[in-house]
Design a protein around this ligand. Structure first.
Ligand SMILES: Cc1cc2nc3c(=O)[nH]c(=O)nc-3n(C[C@H](O)[C@H](O)[C@H](O)COP(=O)(O)OP(=O)(O)OC[C@H]3O[C@@H](n4cnc5c(N)ncnc54)[C@H](O)[C@@H]3O)c2cc1C
Length: 382
């Protein structure tokens, strides 16, 4: 089977590596001249994500997080640190390069520095490059947010992500901060993640401009005159999976299929699992006629694992957008008074945010005093 993959990000490289190791003849086309560059990602992942990718932690993990601080500027702040590592921060360019190495070792080929397009108006679909058409048996669109936005240009399905790296050594190195402030950002939370002993990555995502200016105001509030050493910009997909995951002999994997968490926009775990599922299904196809069945198996298996979770996260995101600072402050105060954060950090799962609701609702049902928490649970279950 000859496979052409558009996009040399994690989804494209892992799908390629799995297919190449199963004897498919695979080429990845990446428009940039270097894998992993430019980077837009905060790069906070779970251990399960690394396992899904099969990447060695020693070569990619730059920081280990044990705790979190949640807060509203001028309002409630709650903090908890575990004895255990709860999340990893990776160096994304190294992570992508590790995936590329394993793809190349398995016999795959990478063509760098040239844009390709899938011609969807032709059946079977073909790839168009600057020097002509390429006709693999199967095409996989792993073009990330750009491909997603081409398929779903609707306002609100992606936010404009902005991040700054600032030099700061005061922040505790193994605790991430999450701030909510509807005046600074009605659409999303703001994060501060220590990425090494000197640098903290601050970021957020907005529906509308001026995102960079708003993040600078927050940076000044939180870190004063700390030096900003890098700025990153990129679309964050928050609308969740975009069906179908296939069209004729073409499949969509990763951000191009909206395989991200609506609550945070984090897409590495969901996209990497999709890469494994898509490759596994395609390798079972004994002829090209079976490709359609294989791709429909891929879609069913991914939805079987993540659909409920992502649907829940979509509701949680809608609810967050409806809440104002007063309600958020009440929730945070409640989390603080009832000492819920330790349970959330110890029992919650980074890729399964519905687990956080289960923990919170247990406590809420026991106490049931706070109207905002009750409406949160009712809102999410409706
Ligand atoms: C601000 C921000 C912070 C984030 N933080 C996190 C986080 O902490 N944790 C997490 O899990 N996720 C995070 N994400 C999301 C994560 O970066 C994506 O989910 C992940 O990169 C998706 O991988 P992918 O391979 O699908 O797409 P990408 O990584 O975007 O790769 C797509 C590749 O395709 C190439 N390409 C596109 N079009 C073409 C074309 N026509 N021809 C050739 N090549 C093409 C691109 O150059 C790119 O290399 C964040 C995203 C943003 C924007």
């Amino acid at each position: 089977m000859r496979v052409g993959i558009l996009g040399g990000g994690p989804a494209g490289l892992l799908t390629g590596a799995r297919l190449a190791s199963g004897d498919a003849d695979v080429t990845v086309f990446e428009e940039h001249r270097e894998i992993g560059v430019p980077n837009h990602c905060t790069s906070v992942i779970s251990r399960e994500t690394l396992a899904e990718a099969g990447v060695d932690p020693e070569r990619t993990v730059v920081s280990r997080l044990r705790g979190v601080q949640l807060g509203i500027p001028g309002g409630a702040v709650v903090r908890y640190k575990s004895d255990e590592v709860r999340a990893l921060v990776i160096d994304r360019p190294s992570f992508d390069k590790e995936l590329a190495l394993s793809f190349l070792k398995g016999g795959g080929e990478i063509e760098l520095g040239g844009r390709v397009e899938i011609e969807f108006n032709q059946r079977p679909h073909v790839l168009k490059a600057s020097d002509g058409k390429i006709e693999p048996d199967v095409l996989i669109d792993c073009g990330g947010a750009k491909s997603f936005l081409r398929r779903k240009p609707k306002a609100g399905s992606a936010l404009s992500g902005v991040q700054f790296d600032v030099l700061d050594t005061d922040m505790e190195r193994d605790v991430a901060e999450i701030w909510v402030d509807k005046r600074r950002n009605p659409d999303f939370f703001l994060w501060c993640v220590p990425v090494n002993s000197e640098v903290v990555r601050i970021g957020s995502a907005w529906r509308a401009s001026p995102a960079e200016e708003m993040l600078m105001k927050f940076t000044m509030w939180r870190f004063g005159s700390a030096q900003v050493v890098s700025k990153y910009f990129g679309p964050l997909i928050v609308s969740g999976y975009l069906l179908p995951f296939f069209d004729g002999n073409a499949a969509f994997v990763g951000d191009s299929a909206g395989q991200t968490k609506p609550t945070t926009g984090g897409g590495l775990r969901y996209g990497l699992m999709a890469a494994n599922l898509a490759a596994e299904a395609l390798l079972e196809a004994s002829s090209l006629i079976d490709v359609k069945h294989a791709l429909s198996d891929y879609q069913r298996n991914w939805l079987g694992t993540w659909k409920r979770e992502v649907d829940w996260q979509r509701s949680a995101r809608r609810l967050f957008r409806l809440m104002g600072n007063d309600e958020l402050n009440q929730v945070l105060n409640w989390i603080k008074e009832e000492v819920i954060l330790p349970d959330l950090v110890e029992g919650g799962k980074l890729d399964h945010h519905a687990s956080l609701l289960r923990i919170t609702s247990k406590k809420a049902l026991l106490k049931s005093g706070l109207s905002v928490v009750r409406s949160l649970i009712l809102g999410l279950s409706s």
